[in-house]
Design a protein around this ligand. Structure first.
Ligand code: C2E
Ligand code: MG
Ligand code: MG
Length: 760
């Protein structure tokens, strides 16, 4: 919708119109006598005053495209009225009896029809979607106003007081059209709920004024008291002046009235209410056949519509409450959702004191992903649905259990001490640890619970959530079940938020580095690879491990830039030795990289930038990441492989995936996790698993790396079981790049027994 500027002549037209009205008004009192002066006033000045309004409406239609039809029809209505008026005045003046021809009445009727078009199109534009109650309000407004109109405006002429002559039905056309117009205006008022914009705010009174003039004219004509050129004429001129001002001020219509924009207020019901009351008055007055039957029908119709309206309001209110309820409950579990929790927490915190604090427990299921992966999402959902019924009986009145999303739940405990909160958390945890019957299986899941209190240390709801979140991660990290948040004065490892902020800065600077851990062949001890493991040289907290920085990077959405950085560091290092020792470097990818469609392109340009061939790089993807979306995982591995980069499945054996997947995954290497490899020397079952896994991998053309070898015994066992490559403290710990280059240059590298030495 384009807003066009007002036409330069508009102001002139408005002034002309008001000038004509003022000039006409000078003739209302005593005016120069004679037919010529009557002609000047009643025929010329009166009708000429209409013409600028006709033009202004026409121009408004150009300026306001949305109301084009309304302004055009209004312009046409005014023009038709001008012609009708002029003819009426002329005929009445020339005919001694003062009668006018039916053609003039017909012209006036056309003018009214055009006005109806104006009103209907104005309301259509303003209310794009009518819902039932709006329709009904319109109907109530129209019927109520119609009832009053027929009863009190038309009725007296149909059935006049004794001694008066009844008006023939034919002549009632004019007041009938007016009553219809009034009914329409009341309908508009009912639908828009009195919230008229500027245009409607001027047009509605203008049209109302016009009907008042018409009805007075009618009653005077019937009684024979009408005189041309009297003060009554000013009603129409004032009405046309209002129309002209509305047209002059018209601008693109305000946003249409939508359901969302409708506020419950007296304005909304004022007009329908008045109309209902009016129709009751009509019915009461009509008691005893005093009023035309038409009025009684209209009033009855209005009352019936009001009854229907009451029912729809009831229905709408119920639907509204349902939507409100839906917005507040978690769809899967039926528990309150995050929004409710935040609201309640707000109220609870307002009353909490340091002596009687409030506590928030944040529960996150352990191993839920595995349930989803191995048993399917239906089973996962079924499990989540059982959490509420399991925990709810353990809650007291006023305590709130909510699901925050995924496998995360929260319990808000008002008025409780820290120790009590800790106890309650332990009790809830014990409840979750009991098996859940899911699809005929008794399923065990763990839960990590973070506990935090307010107003100390958390002062706001957001802080309370944050502290409980940190505590929950600490519980998960340490595998301790329940952890109570304690503020760390040294900004220690607990404060993930600060870590996230620092990490953003670190990514731009040179605080991130990689340590390198060699991979050697079991058969001849040759170095066949090296894994780059990220480290963060934090200015205050010292050297941080992946366990400390990866969760923060994940939460801050920094995993992709982190991988870019590590890739760059790893390739920079490899470029330093590649020509003397063609040892490829392995880089770990995370779940965020798997969804990165630019990854293959990024890898290719990184290799080119460092002048390295594709075989200088191996990319590792953790088994779980691949299994979360095997299709996507396969695609990514495939694309990387097409580049010539080697691909590796990391931490094999920690998840629930099956070897069958290996058939479909385009991987070159399988890295057996330490949980699989560490016991092979003493545990026959562990040894058998490794042996057959290696056998199968070889049959599929995949080589096997054994991770986490800490001693010579395990090393020997793994070699015997058929693993190809060894990685672990027994060969070497991860070390800075310079140290690795020195290590690489050494002629012999005996196995160290890391299990007996202290980690360095
Ligand atoms: P990973 O890829 O399985 O890396 C091997 C981890 O095992 C390394 O821990 C390494 O220091 C440790 N390790 C090596 N040999 C032994 C051993 O003999 N005994 C024991 N107990 N541990 C050993 P680190 O460096 O703490 O890395 C942990 C995990 O963090 C990595 O596991 C990897 O999944 C992730 N990670 C490391 N660097 C990156 C990175 O740049 N990007 C991403 N996305 N993840 C990384
Ligand atoms: Mg790895
Ligand atoms: Mg691993």
């Amino acid at each position: 919708m384009t807003e066009q500027r007002r036409h330069p002549r508009s102001r002139g037209l408005l002034v002309l119109m008001l000038g004509c009205v003022a000039a006409f008004a000078t003739g209302i009192g005593p005016r120069p006598a004679g037919a010529v002066w009557d002609g000047v006033y009643d025929l010329v000045l009166y009708n000429v005053a209409y013409l600028p309004a006709v033009a202004l409406c026409w121009l408004a239609a150009d300026r306001v495209p949305r109301d084009r039809l309304a302004w055009r029809s209004l312009s046409a209505a005014l023009l038709v009225s001008t012609v009708g008026n002029a003819l009426r005045t002329y005929q009445a003046g020339s005919d001694a009896t003062g009668t006018v021809s039916p053609v003039v009445d017909a012209i006036a009727l056309v003018g009214y029809l055009l006005l109806y078009v104006t009103v209907v199109s104005m309301i259509r534009v303003r209310v794009p979607r009518f819902h039932p109650s709006m329709w009904l309000d319109g109907v109530i407004g129209a019927l109520g106003a119609g009832a009053v109109g027929v009863a009190f405006l038309i009725g007296p002429y149909l059935d006049p007081a004794p001694g008066r002559q009844a008006v023939p039905l034919m002549q009632l056309g004019m007041p009938a059209t007016d009553v219809l117009l009034i009914a329409m205006l009341f309908a508009v008022g009912s639908i828009l709920g009195l919230r008229l914009d500027r245009t409607m705010g001027l047009l509605v009174p203008a049209l109302a004024l016009m009907t008042v003039g018409d009805l007075l004219l009618f009653s005077r004509t019937v009684r024979g008291t009408y005189v041309d050129g009297g003060p009554l004429e000013l009603t129409w001129l004032a009405s046309v002046a209002l129309v002209a001002v509305a047209a002059y001020l018209a601008r693109p219509a305000p946003p249409p009235v939508t359901e969302a924009g409708i506020r419950l207020s007296w304005r909304l019901i004022a007009v329908p209410l008045v109309c209902q009351l009016a129709s009751l008055v009509v019915l009461m007055v009509g008691w005893g056949d005093q009023l035309p039957i038409g009025a009684a029908w209209l009033a009855t119709g209005c009352t019936l519509a009001a009854i229907v309206r009451t029912f729809t309001t009831f229905g709408e209110l119920r639907a509204f409450n349902e939507v409100r309820e839906q917005a507040r409950t978690d769809e899967l579990t039926g528990l309150p959702n995050r929004r409710v929790l935040l609201e309640k927490a707000d109220q609870v915190l307002a009353e909490a004191t340091a002596a009687r604090p409030a506590a928030l427990l944040l529960l996150d299921l352990d191993g839920f992903k595995e349930v989803n992966d191995s048993l399917g999402h239906t089973a996962g959902d079924e499990l989540l649905r059982q959490i509420g019924p399991r925990l709810q009986p353990a809650l007291r009145p006023g305590e709130v259990l909510a699901r925050l999303g995924g496998d995360e739940f929260a319990v808000l405990l008002p008025d409780i001490s820290l120790d009590q909160a800790h106890d309650r958390a332990e009790r809830l945890r014990a409840l979750v640890l009991r098996p859940f019957p899911v699809e005929d299986i008794r399923l065990h899941v763990g839960v990590s619970i973070g506990v935090a209190t307010a107003p100390v240390p958390a002062t706001t709801v957001q802080e309370l959530l944050r502290c409980a979140d940190i505590a929950m991660y600490a519980a998960k990290g340490a595998g301790e079940g329940v952890h109570v948040y304690a503020p760390d004065p040294h900004g220690g490892s607990g404060d993930r938020l600060r870590t996230m902020e620092d990490l953003r800065t670190a990514l731009d600077g040179d605080e991130l580095l990689v340590h390198l851990q060699p991979q050697v062949s079991f058969t001849d001890g040759d170095v066949v690879g090296v894994e780059a493991l990220v480290r963060w040289q934090h200015p205050v907290r010292g050297l941080l491990s992946p366990a400390e920085l990866l969760p923060a990077a994940e939460q801050a959405g920094l995993l992709r830039p982190l991988t870019d950085k590590v890739l760059d560091l790893a390739l920079t290092a490899a470029a330093g030795w590649w020509l003397q020792h063609p040892v490829p470097v392995s880089v770990n990818l995370s779940a965020a990289n798997v969804n990165d469609v630019d990854l293959p392109a990024k890898v290719r340009t990184a290799l080119e930038r460092h002048g390295l061939p594709a075989e200088a790089l191996t990319l590792e993807l953790v088994e779980d990441t691949l299994m979360a979306d095997p299709e996507r995982g396969r695609q990514v591995l495939g694309e990387l492989r097409r580049l010539g980069v080697r691909t590796s499945i990391d931490d094999y054996g920690t998840g629930y995936s099956s070897l069958a997947y290996l058939r479909h995954l385009p991987a070159d290497e399988l890295k057996l996790d330490r949980t699989l490899t560490r016991d092979v020397a003493g545990d026959d079952k562990a040894a058998a698993i490794v042996e057959y896994t290696a056998l199968l991998a070889h049959r599929l053309g995949v080589r096997v790396v054994a991770e986490g070898i800490e001693d010579a015994e395990t090393h020997t066992a793994l070699a015997r079981l058929g693993c190809d490559i060894a990685q672990g403290y027994a060969i070497a710990r991860p070390m800075p790049v310079a140290d690795f280059r020195a290590w690489l240059g050494r002629p012999s590298r005996p196995l160290a027994d890391a299990s007996r030495s202290t980690p360095g």
